[in-house]
Design a protein around this ligand. Structure first.
Ligand code: GLU
Length: 400
């Protein structure tokens, strides 16, 4: 008897989490696995944030919080949007959820009807696709190229728009490519979108603070579309707070209300202690914070290290990421090769080969909509990165 709904039967497992779990299991069996799979900073949460959480417990913030989040937190997020992004989201235009993933899920459930089309520039973050499909929406993938730094052009965007388009979802800095859109590029996309009032825009800015080329740019800054932009962010990546599970959106009030209705039926609200910790995180000015600057500098050193090591590997194509902490090299030159029982015909074969032969966990590009590539997260120490790339190079050299 199969009791599982069609909805869940048809849903793909999150490959980022599945590869991380596979790596954990091999480690538990005593294998020396290096995980470049999950995107998670290997830093500690800032002290001031931890202190705020301890105080919240002592002050008995242990009861149900309001569904959209505590008033002081929504106020602090509103200030953050103004201070860091020059965006005017009022507290009532903000809802706090259990991670940006839940924020995105609620947004899609609240806006996408079955049959609606959602434009997803590809490669994309794994869960966009699964979430749109669960909502009954139709994903419209717009394939970008490594030669174009994996960025969608205004012409490509316009060609993908139909009367059924409801939403476009993208991240900048991008997971999985690490590339980011410049202000001029965002403006060109906004100018196209401005012509189509029926389209909402979801800008996932969770990697905002891990940007190596300058100021972060938000698509919500453009007057001609700002009333249709939902800006997603959170504390996981920028503040090394993945486990606290706090994400949020700034959005038109009607959308926040709809997400609030759904959240009230699903989680009631997110964790009260994590919310109080996040107030402290939001009050940190990232432009002046040593914690954030040091973390970014460390990621930059690692990016440069990994870039130079990857370039020593024959037959892979790499572009230099400008933010986040991922590389998304094209490895398809190795397809059609084999070693022992391993036959490499796609990104899944290659990722599994690297996991078992080199004991390095990566994520197959197909999970992000591009089967020519694999994703490497460099959110780990330089020693482990050197060893991991050495092993990858050695394993690839065995393929004939
Ligand atoms: N967003 C991170 C990643 O892509 C965390 C894992 C996940 O939720 O997918 O690795």
């Amino acid at each position: 008897m199969n009791y599982i709904s069609d909805r869940i039967m048809q849903m793909a497992e999150s490959e980022t989490l599945a590869m991380t779990q596979a790596a954990r299991e091999l480690k538990a069996q005593g294998k020396d696995v290096i995980s470049l799979s999950i995107g998670e900073p290997d830093f500690n949460t800032p002290e001031i944030v931890k202190e705020a959480a301890k105080k919240a417990i002592d002050d008995n913030f242990t009861h149900y919080p309001p569904v959209p989040g505590y008033a002081d937190l929504r106020e602090a997020i509103s200030l953050k949007f103004k201070r860091d992004n020059n965006l005017d989201y009022k507290p009532e235009q903000i809802i706090v959820s259990t991670g940006a993933k839940q924020s995105i899920y609620q947004l899609v459930m609240a806006t996408v009807n079955p049959g609606d089309e959602v434009i997803i520039p590809t490669p994309f973050w794994v869960s966009y696709k699964a979430i749109v499909q669960v909502a009954g929406g139709k994903c419209v993938y717009v394939q970008t190229k490594i030669e174009n730094d994996f960025k969608i052009t205004p012409q490509q965007l316009e060609a993908a728009i139909t009367p059924k388009t409801k939403l476009i979802m993208f991240s900048s800095p991008s997971n999985p490519t690490g590339m980011l859109y410049t202000k001029a590029e965002l403006k060109a996309l906004a100018d196209v979108l401005a012509k189509y009032e029926h389209i909402l825009v979801m800008a996932d800015e969770i990697y905002e603070h891990i940007n190596f080329v300058g100021k972060h740019e938000s698509i919500a800054q453009f007057e001609n579309i700002k009333d249709r932009v939902i800006t997603v962010n959170g504390v996981a990546k920028g503040f090394a707070m993945t486990g606290w599970r706090i994400g949020f959106i700034g959005a038109p009030t009607a959308i926040v209300k709809a997400c609030n209705k759904l959240q009230g039926q699903v989680t009631s609200a997110t964790c009260s202690i994590a919310q109080k910790a996040t107030v402290a995180a939001m009050l940190i000015n990232p432009a002046e914070s040593e914690d954030i600057i040091n973390m970014r500098n460390k990621f930059l050193q690692r990016r440069d290290l990994v870039y130079s090591l990857l370039q020593e590997i024959p037959d892979i194509k790499v572009c230099l990421p400008q933010g986040a902490f991922y590389f998304f090299p094209e490895v398809s030159a190795y397809y059609g090769t084999s070693y022992k029982d391993f036959k490499i015909n796609n990104s899944t074969d290659l990722s599994m080969y690297l996991l078992h032969e080199a004991n390095v966990a990566t994520v197959m590009g197909v999970a992000f909509g591009d089967d020519k590539c694999i994703r490497l997260s460099y959110a780990t120490s330089e020693d482990l990165l050197k060893e991991a790339i050495r092993r990858i190079k050695e394993a690839l050299a065995k393929l004939q």
